[in-house]
Design a protein around this ligand. Structure first.
Ligand code: ADP
Ligand code: MG
Length: 227
């Protein structure tokens, strides 16, 4: 059974000057443990597909199943619980809160849980250690390099122990060394069992992933694996 199953998914955005068909009849299955790249030119529908897969953006038609759950059939409150339990997001802009320390930023997703504060703090420490920032937990974002801020964002995305990480062009604004470090961290997390879906338009990033799919004008195609 695939972890993620997308059936006949379409998305239209309605605007003043008509409607944009961002996704057209997308079908896709993603297994647990994949590190999938979602490629395609600008405006092709990558971010739209990612946000739909992450439970953030209801499709116009079609279905999304994650772990056999019909995600968009859930009541809004259950959908929020579902997202909290299953998914973590990493965006291109790190979106760290500037006046909170690295540790406090990573603790944010835990704030709505019933876990005691001490346990929340330990969980945040553990993931910061995992991403190599165990000795910088008390720094504010502006006291960290771009690559370090990025790792804080990843720590925050994984602190809840989600099954799936969605990353939208996470290397887009990074220099090549920092980008490589990030992909290497993703690879390690993936080898630990995390399923990762990453939007990218950089061909070089394909060296790190287990599979790639390609979108053009809202239509999805597979990229044959080189071997
Ligand atoms: P990509 O991430 O591949 O650049 P997007 O998914 O952001 O592509 O966009 C796909 C298409 O949908 C584009 O034509 C874009 O202009 C349009 N689009 C995306 N988001 C919205 C929105 N919130 N409202 C209207 N149109 C949108
Ligand atoms: Mg995009």
């Amino acid at each position: 059974m695939p972890l993620i199953k997308v059936c006949a998914l379409s998305k239209a955005y309605k605007g003043g000057d008509g409607s944009v068909e961002a996704l057209k009849n997308v079908n896709l299955e993603i297994n647990e443990g994949e590190f999938l790249a979602l490629m395609g030119p600008s405006g092709s529908g990558k971010s739209t597909l990612l946000s739909i897969l992450g439970g953030l953006n209801p499709p116009t038609s079609g279905k999304l199943f994650i772990d056999d759950i019909d995600v968009y059939a859930l009541e809004p409150e259950r959908l929020a619980d579902f997202r909290h339990e299953y998914v973590g997001f990493v965006f291109q802009q790190y979106q760290l809160i500037p006046y909170l320390t690295a540790l406090e930023n990573v603790m944010l997703p835990l704030a709505i849980t019933s876990r005691p504060g001490r346990e929340q703090q330990e969980m945040a420490q553990t993931v910061l250690h995992k991403v190599g920032l165990g000795n910088k937990t008390q720094r504010l974002p502006n006291q960290l390099s771009g690559g370090e801020q990025n790792r804080v964002a990843i720590a925050r995305a994984i602190v809840n122990r989600p099954s799936i990480i969605f990353a939208d062009e996470p290397t887009g604004s990074l220099d090549s060394k920092t980008a490589k470090d990030l992909l290497s961290l993703f690879q390690t997390l993936n080898q630990d069992g995390l399923t990762i879906i990453m939007v990218t338009h950089n061909q070089e990033n394909l060296d790190w992933v287990t599979r790639a799919v390609y979108i053009r004008d809202g239509i999805l195609a597979s990229i044959p694996q080189e071997s």
